[in-house]
Design a protein around this ligand. Structure first.
Ligand code: GDP
Length: 202
């Protein structure tokens, strides 16, 4: 798929307001500041498709992007999670929406879960993995900002997360990623192709 063709479709505050649950979609999730907007912009070769967070945690909307002019083929930007200044009640509300979305969205093929390579497996990440596991939903983990570590340190961070998630290896794949260096883009695209294209060869 040509991810450059990604175009904003719509924003939904709740699951009930999402576009029709048809076709295929892949969702991007992560703690605020994990580098999710940057990754979506890097993937789509667009500077501002997903807004990078000047005020982290502000966007609470689920954003939908179509690919190749086909609204049945979508990328979904889930609300960033876990910014400290957000009240507890609001956090719980987000959790409920996220859980709802993961549990009920039939067109969802997989989740790209972004974690800062220097701070992987936060409480939020564990929660997402738990929900995904309950649904047998595949998860592809991007260890982001890999450029912040020396190559050797990034490699060992990857190996460590892999071993920590060994019990989930059937459902979970993991890679290093850097928007700054455009590192890991081909691997990410191959995973997305496999989820979004309706063919076995991808
Ligand atoms: P979001 O809240 O998950 O959408 O995160 P953003 O994409 O807004 O990124 C959060 C911060 O991390 C911003 O200051 C970005 O410039 C920075 N950032 C994102 N990706 C990278 C990367 O690959 N390398 C480096 N060094 N910084 C990054």
């Amino acid at each position: 798929l040509n991810y450059q063709t990604a175009r904003f479709m719509t924003s939904a505050p709740t699951l009930g307001q999402c576009p029709a649950d048809q076709g295929r979609e892949v969702a991007f999730a992560g703690r605020s500041n994990a580098g999710k907007s940057s990754a979506i912009n890097t993937l789509s070769r667009q500077k501002a498709l997903a807004r990078t967070s000047r005020t982290p945690g502000r966007t609470q909307l689920i954003n939908f992007f179509s690919l190749a002019g086909d609204e049945a083929c979508r990328l979904v930007d889930l609300p960033g999670y876990g910014y400290a200044k957000v009240p507890e009640a609001v956090k719980r509300e987000w959790q409920r929406h996220l859980a709802d979305y993961l549990q009920r969205r039939g067109s969802l093929q997989g989740v790209v879960l972004l974690m800062d390579v220097r701070h992987p497996l936060s409480e939020f990440d564990e929660m997402m993995l738990g929900w995904a596991d309950e649904q047998d939903m595949p998860v592809h983990i991007l260890l982001t900002k890999a450029d912040k570590l020396k190559p050797g340190a990034a490699k060992s961070a990857l190996a460590k997360v892999r071993s920590q998630l060994r019990e989930w290896e059937d459902l979970v794949s993991i890679q290093l990623f850097s928007s700054l260096k455009r590192q890991g883009l081909e691997t990410l695209e191959a995973r997305l192709d496999a989820w979004l294209l309706d063919t076995a060869e991808a």
